[in-house]
Design a protein around this ligand. Structure first.
Ligand SMILES: NC(=O)c1ccc[n+]([C@@H]2O[C@H](COP(=O)([O-])OP(=O)(O)OC[C@H]3O[C@@H](n4cnc5c(N)ncnc54)[C@H](O)[C@@H]3O)[C@@H](O)[C@H]2O)c1
Length: 305
């Protein structure tokens, strides 16, 4: 398939990543079929696309889009709970939870539903693409397309070829990412690819230095921001990603590589089993994140001048 043949993009999983990916695709002119397991999740996804913190209304407020264009973008998205509606998609992006068994089950079912020439891409944060591809017959048309949160804002798409991914599929995915306004960069098919391995190592090291008493949570966050210009400190970033997700990633990378720098330190485990899943997850029952657990006051940012 050539890039001009791609007209309809399917997105399965309308959560944190899926709704943002659907927004970017529809804004770039593609028709989007957005699938999730119930109407409530789909309604929430559409609400976020329209008026969430990175939604289309924000672009209207900044004068980058008109109300009419917002309606056109929304009109290109078809929300549905039926996977049968994915039969005509040209390019499918999977964004269901990070569970290899679940992803393989979803792909294997869709292999019978979607047209033969359609390309399947997974937004997995680090499960081997070659492993996920083993669930389908179209292994040459299977690829990793790893987006970042928030999808409408972050520029990188990490593109990962499985052992049997064809050059045609790779080139198509690179071109599609570019058409969507992203910068595609290739990484090898190893657990965690580049970005997840790098970030995991860095975040676990911040926890280890905290546990060793080198500096406090707030101090480490501030040092990273003020010394290195990072927009967020490591503890704030973990709260955003979700502490349960970070624990899962650390355990997975350690199990796969046996490299100790991925091993989750005990204080992360302690927070997760005590119900602290990150401060952005309060709606999912989280009691907060690092700052809440250790009852740390955030220092006010110093304003310039
Ligand atoms: N959250 C992040 O910061 C981030 C960043 C990059 C990549 N990822 C990856 O993206 C993927 C999705 O993560 P997320 O944070 O959006 O998760 P999420 O839990 O917010 O969303 C997943 C969605 O998939 C739906 N779903 C589950 N089973 C389904 C099925 N059988 N059919 C259709 N929908 C189904 C769920 O109802 C949910 O709405 C994961 O692989 C994750 O590792 C996440």
């Amino acid at each position: 398939m050539r890039i001009d043949d791609v007209r309809i993009v399917g997105v399965i999983g309308a959560g944190v990543m899926g709704h943002g990916i659907a927004q970017v695709c529809a804004r770039s002119g593609y028709k989007v079929v957005l699938v999730d397991v119930n109407d409530e999740i789909l309604e929430n996804a559409l609400r976020l696309i329209r008026s969430g913190p990175f939604g289309l209304d924000k672009l209207v407020q900044k004068g980058k889009m008109s109300e009419k264009e917002v309606e056109e973008v929304m009109g290109r998205i078809k929300p549905t709970t039926s996977t049968q509606d994915l039969r005509d998609v040209d390019f499918l992006i999977e964004a269901v939870p990070e569970d290899a068994g679940l992803k393989k089950k979803v792909f294997s079912e869709l292999d019978d539903v979607c047209k033969e020439e359609a390309v399947f891409a997974s937004n997995t944060s680090g499960i081997l693409i070659s492993d996920l591809a083993s669930s389908v017959k179209r292994r040459d048309r299977f690829i990793g397309m790893h987006w970042f949160n928030p999808a409408p804002v972050m520029k990188l798409v990490e593109v990962v070829r499985g052992a049997l991914t064809s050059d045609e599929t790779f080139e198509l995915t690179v071109k599609l990412a570019e058409k969507l306004g992203k910068t595609p960069i290739e990484a090898n098919d190893v657990p965690g690819f580049f970005t997840t391995r790098f970030i995991c190592c860095w975040l676990m090291e911040a926890i280890r230095l905290f546990e060793a008493g080198v500096a406090g949570v707030r101090e480490i966050d501030e040092m990273c921001k003020l010394a290195f210009g990072f927009p967020m400190g490591p503890f704030e970033l973990m709260d955003l990603i979700g502490l349960d997700t970070m624990l899962h990633i650390g355990e997975y990378l350690y199990a796969e590589t046996r490299e100790e720098h991925y091993f989750p330190p005990v204080s992360l485990k302690k927070l997760v089993i005590s119900g602290y899943l990150g401060d952005r997850r309060t709606k999912q029952g989280s009691m907060g994140g690092w700052y809440d657990f250790y009852k740390i006051e955030r220092r006010k940012e110093k304003s310039e001048g």
